[in-house]
Design a protein around this ligand. Structure first.
Ligand code: ADP
Ligand code: ADP
Length: 226
């Protein structure tokens, strides 16, 4: 397991847009941290810098006890869940779940075990031989989650993972996510613009505005002192 620390992190995009300014944040081992704020406040940029999908302009990011500033995404020991699921269309559910582990040369028996466990946890066992095109939106989202779960105990980074689902499914997936985190206690950074989602899911919530941290606290404290 691992904590994630951002120290004085800036992101200035080419053209001069300052997307994130002087961000200091410590996400504790096992904590569910939500980054919330209106569109354009810099939450995706912050997450993408943790993932290594975006270079940082200034400051330092640590995952566990390692400074990861210049490490490529695949060497950061994190699992990412995207809004668009990013499943491989030509692979079955089982192959999609296994892919990230195969890439990392995990022994076959261990891969098999992890894929079975993740499928069981997410109710995907009946669909293992199907391809993504033959799944519903909610099932695809579960596969995307499963690809992160098989990588556990590596931290989960999630960017609006429920935003493509209809309202009803979003509420039920929110409950599943919460259960999953209560069970696995994996360090999680979760980006959303949805305040209800932030308040229900987060152990703590980090509120960003114009690239600047406004508040970081438990949902209860934020609710009491808005
Ligand atoms: P959020 O996730 O909160 O909607 P983003 O992190 O996507 O916010 O964007 C923060 C700011 O950075 C916005 O002003 C956005 O227009 C700008 N931005 C995002 N990505 C790029 C990019 N690749 N190049 C230039 N500016 C960008
Ligand atoms: P990880 O092992 O980190 O879970 P993958 O190995 O599955 O990730 O994917 C590696 C990269 O390929 C990621 O950046 C992911 O977004 C991208 N990717 C995954 N699925 C697709 C797809 N169907 N089409 C294009 N890119 C994809």
């Amino acid at each position: 397991m691992a904590s994630i620390v951002l120290r004085n992190v800036d992101k200035i995009y080419a053209g001069g847009v300052k997307a994130v300014s002087g961000l200091n944040l410590e996400i504790k081992d096992g904590e569910f941290m939500v980054l919330v704020g209106p569109s354009g406040c810099g939450k995706s940029t912050a997450l993408r810098m943790i993932a290594g999908l975006e270079e940082i302009s200034n400051g330092e990011i640590l995952i566990g006890d390692r400074v990861v500033n210049h490490l490529p995404p695949k060497d950061r020991d994190i699992a990412m869940v995207f809004q668009n699921y990013a499943l491989y269309p030509h692979m079955t559910v089982e192959e999609n779940l296994a892919f990230g582990l195969k890439l990392r040369k995990m022994p076959k028996a261990e891969i098999q075990k992890r894929v079975q466990e993740a499928a069981k946890m997410l109710g995907l066992e009946p669909y293992l031989k199907r391809k993504p095109a033959a799944l519903s939106g909610g099932q695809r989202q579960r596969v995307a989650m499963g690809r992160a779960i098989v990588r556990e105990p590596q931290p989960f980074l999630m960017d609006e993972p429920l935003s493509n689902l209809d309202a009803k499914l979003r509420v039920s997936m929110r409950a599943s996510l919460k259960q999953l985190h209560d069970r696995l206690r994996v360090t999680t950074v979760y980006v959303t613009h949805d305040q209800v989602e932030a308040m229900t899911l987060g152990d703590r919530v980090c509120v960003l505005r114009d690239g600047v941290l406004q508040q970081v606290d438990t949902p209860q404290n934020l609710f009491d002192n808005p």
